[in-house]
Each structure stands twice: as C-alpha cells, then as structure tokens.
Design a protein around this ligand. Sequence first.
Ligand code: PMP
Length: 283
Amino acid sequence: AKCGTDGNFSSGEIVPFGPIALSPSAGVLNYGQGLFEGLKAYRKTDGSVLLFRPEENAIRMKNGSDRMCMPAPTVEQFVDAVKQTVLANKRWVPPTGKGSLYIRPLLIGSGAILGLAPAPEYTFLIYVSPVGNYFKEGLAPINLIIEDNFHRAAPGGTGGVKTIGNYASVLKAQRTAKDKGYSDVLYLDAVHNKYLEEVSSCNIFVVKGNAISTPAIEGTILPGITRKSIIEVAESKGYKVEERHVSVDELLDADEVFCTGTAVVVSPMGHTEDRMGWTMQLN
Ligand code: PMP
C-alpha cells in the first residue's frame, strides 16, 4: 500500500480484551510503525452516550498515516468501528460527572518485515477503558517543569502526528519530573529552546488580558482536537486568539495558563513564582 491511502481492511469483530498475536518481526515492534488516537464517550444525564467529535480523530489518524507511510481506515470505517466498540461496552461508560469511557484506536504495522520498510500488513483495533481524572490534582492547578534538555519533536520529525514513538521519547523526562514532584513536562522548541511546544499529552494556552495565545501548528506539536474546540469557544466568547510562537517569558508573565487534551480536558496551571528554575509553583 502507498503512504496515507485507504486501507483494504477486512471487517472486524468485537472480542474480549486480551493479548493479540504478532510476529516478532512485525513492523510496529521493530520500526515503530504505529499510530494511535484517544477520544472519549460521555454519559449524558438522560443516560444516553455522547462521542466527542470522533470524525476529527479519524481525520488526524488519516493524516498521520501519510507521514508514517501506512494505509489507514476511512473516516467512515473509523467512526463506525468506534461507535460499535462503544455500544458493545456501553455499561462501562460512567455516570455523568463520574468520568468517561476512554477510547484508544490503534493502527499498527502488523505484517512481518526484516529490512527497514513499511510493513506488508496492517491491523486497526480499538480498546476502551473507563477513566477518571488524568492528573492526581483533578481539575485543580497542576505544576509543570519546563524541560530544556530533552525535546519532544524537531522540525521534519514526527511531532505533528500521533505516532507511538513520540511517546517513547518523553518517558525519561516525564519520570524524572514526576520523581521531583511535578505533574508533567512542558517541552520547548528544538531550534531556539525558548518557545513553548506542548506538554506530554496536552496543548498549552497562555492568557494575558483579553488575548489567548497558543503555539501554532507547524509540524512539531500535535494538532489537538480539544485545542481546536477551545479556540472556537474562546473566539465565540470574544477573546482574541493568537496561534504563533509563544516564549517562556510570556508564559512566566501570563495572567493564566492552561493545558487542553482529551485526557486532561482543560487543566489550569498554577501561578509562576520561580523564574530561575523555570518551574511553575502552585499558588
Ligand atoms: N499533545 C499531545 C502530545 C497529545 O498526546 C495530546 C493527546 N492526544 C494532545 C496534545 C491533545 O490532543 P487532543 O485534544 O486531541 O486530545
């Protein structure tokens, strides 16, 4: 298959959660050829279940499949598979206000390949799990450490797509930050080491007066679906939203900072105190 084309997937089935069989030489295990998505189903007060903009996740996976040189399900196939999986697991969608059902679609190079090349076969699967708050702080302010030794993505790399390898590269920085008592890591751009990029699993916004600024999508940060929704909401409320380079100095001088993502929803960050250490303390 050519990079980014519609895959020829056979229709799937719903099976109990459990191990899957893979060849030791599967493309995903050796060369990281894999994409994932994350979205949520919420229960409304009338008991019905709502999916938040699943088409957006389907489109993002499709876009990522070109960069990762793999075929992807069509938007219709993706959304239909998500719906069927959620319907089969409807009883696991928590009641309103008690969390949500996290949905994890995975697209992997499952075919065996020894030399470096795109895998000859692909598997698309979805698993789900009920979840509560992502940060132990809940929706109270989180504290982030600004990382200037490790970078999450470089121009020309894969930071703009949701490929599994991007997450392997942040594990060490995240573990170090958590060991020091921080909630998560805020990454800077790899070229200047001074502009904000994003947090391990969310996009960042800086509020100053009536202006809300967020790093522009230029290939090194993930185009978050929550980010896009928040921009729409903020503009509709009369805020001026700027997608551009946002410096660490602006962050330290902001009225408010928050982070957006499917898992973290909208998480506020504490007020800045410590400029020297480039850390953000709770106030
Ligand atoms: N950045 C990264 C690196 C992420 O993993 C996520 C979570 N998908 C986000 C931002 C936020 O994206 P979304 O709002 O689509 O969940």
